[in-house]
Write a protein that binds this ligand. Structure first.
Ligand code: DAH
Length: 450
């Protein structure tokens, strides 16, 4: 028997509770509103309401779905891995993906349905964004687990934004993104090669929910009382293999990892997977064998399952060497243009973006009639720009290309973003460089500036 440590990103009990009253008072001055309007729904505020306008401004940003965003790339890598790892006999993916579920959930979904006890620290007002006593912004994507199981799904991934009140520093932000997953296997499939084995211990075969209860206090790290050791070992083995495979698919085969015993109210036994990064063990996901009580409540019989949850930011920060979690929210094209999802295998290493302002100038020109459009490669233009502007040319993008319907002449339009790493550029010096680029392209290719 093991009383597993109470450490996880989910159990986030801080020692600054004494400050929380001061903060709630401060916050409440910004949140006095009797009715809160969210996603076309109205919620009555009460003494639990602590949403701020700032937090509400993140709703619907959906950066994890944004094209070429590093979080979206990490999301796609994980989904792709699961699609490849598990497929139906027909070759179609076994897992379905839910990535647009509203982050507004009931406290029942976020806590009760997952067997999180009423007095659990993760429910504290100081740690969650409550809309009112009944509704909140989800603190984890696990909040949708029971509903999806109830609707008959057995293999699924949930991706979305989650909200937790937290300090803001380079690795913490009150909004981040998670992938949560469930895989349920029926007795017949789990033991198809050993039909005399069973998922449940004999005395639990005709069980009711009350009889399956396992303790919230001191958790047996080997198994829940209702399960047979064989069933738990099989599902544990599959889960660990698949998740190790996933982190190796992301970070490479030579990655060092270890499983550490953990505690989650919704799984038993539970673990965290840690990877060795820059001389330290870093926790990257929580996982475990699903509590049978949850499966029972969802109407799933004679089955066992595993579940896990991970944070996309942490994985993306390690893989792409992104030093600050705030960068994910950047609208600055100097950050965003460093990533390109057309090649998911390519590892983009983040290059620091200057804090000095960008200055964008466009240039459009007609190609000479004798020069076919295919003969003019944008790469040539990029080199020409780099030759003249050097490092202050942060990005060059071809954003328009068309052929004149009458004359048949081809026109190209590029946007050049200038930025100096150490100082603010003046419009005058940018104009000068920009016009030199124009002159040079006229000289070299005989184009006509428009
Ligand atoms: N919800 C947990 C968290 O946010 C992570 C987690 C752990 C999800 C175990 C799971 C799981 O689905 O089985 O910290």
């Amino acid at each position: 028997m093991l009383c597993a440590k109470q450490k996880s990103i989910f159990i986030n009990f801080k020692s600054v509770k004494c400050l929380s009253n001061v903060f709630s008072r401060l916050l409440s001055t910004q949140t006095v509103q009797n009715v809160i309007n969210l996603n076309n729904n109205k919620y009555e505020s009460d003494d639990y309401s602590n949403l701020t306008p700032k937090i509400m401004s993140y709703l619907g940003r959906n950066i994890y779905l944004q094209k070429n965003h590093p979080l979206s790339m990490m999301r796609q890598k994980i989904i792709k891995y699961f699609y490849q790892e598990y497929s139906n006999p027909k070759g179609t993916p076994l897992f379905s993906v839910y990535d647009r579920l509203s982050p507004v959930v009931s406290t029942k979904q976020n806590f009760d349905y997952l067997l999180i006890p009423p007095n659990h620290p993760s429910r504290a007002k100081s740690d969650c964004y409550y809309i009112n006593r009944e509704y909140m912004l989800r603190g984890h994507c696990t909040a949708h687990q029971l509903d999806l199981l109830r609707s008959g799904l057995d293999n699924f991934l949930i991706v979305g934004d989650v909200y937790r009140r937290d300090e803001i520093d380079s690795t913490h932000f009150p909004v981040f993104h998670q992938v949560d997953a469930v895989r349920v296997v029926h007795n017949d499939k789990l033991f198809k090669n050993n039909p005399d084995l069973e998922i449940f211990e004999k005395e639990f075969v005709n069980n009711d929910i009350a009889a399956i209860g396992s303790s919230d206090k001191c958790i047996d790290q080997v198994k829940q009382p209702c399960h047979t050791v064989e069933a738990v070992k099989l599902i544990e083995h599959e889960m660990k293999n698949v998740l190790e495979g996933m982190v190796k698919a992301i970070f490479g085969k030579t990655l060092k990892h270890r499983w550490v015993d953990a505690f989650f109210p919704f799984t038993q036994p539970s673990w965290e997977l840690e990877i060795f990064h820059k001389g330290k063990w870093v926790e990257i996901l929580g996982a475990g064998v699903m509590r049978n009580q949850i499966l029972k409540r969802a109407g799933v019989d004679n089955s066992i399952g595993y579940a896990f949850g991970l944070g996309l930011e942490r994985l993306a920060m390690i893989l792409y060497e992104i030093p600050d979690i705030r960068l994910f929210w950047s609208k600055d094209s100097g950050f965003l243009n460093q990533f390109d999802e057309s090649d998911l295998k390519k590892i983009f290493k983040y290059k620091p973006v200057s804090q000095y302002p960008q200055c964008a100038n466009d240039i459009s020109f007609w190609l000479p009639t004798e020069l076919p459009i295919e003969a003019f490669s944008p790469n040539d233009f990029y080199d020409l720009v780099r030759n003249i502007a050097g490092d202050i040319a942060e990005q060059v993008t071809l954003y328009d290309k068309f052929t004149h319907p009458k004359t048949g002449r081809n026109s190209l339009c590029f946007r050049i973003v200038y930025r100096h790493m150490e100082r603010t550029l003046t419009q005058k010096e940018v104009n000068e460089i920009h016009s030199n680029i124009g002159k040079s392209i006229v000289d070299k290719y005989g184009v006509t500036i428009r």
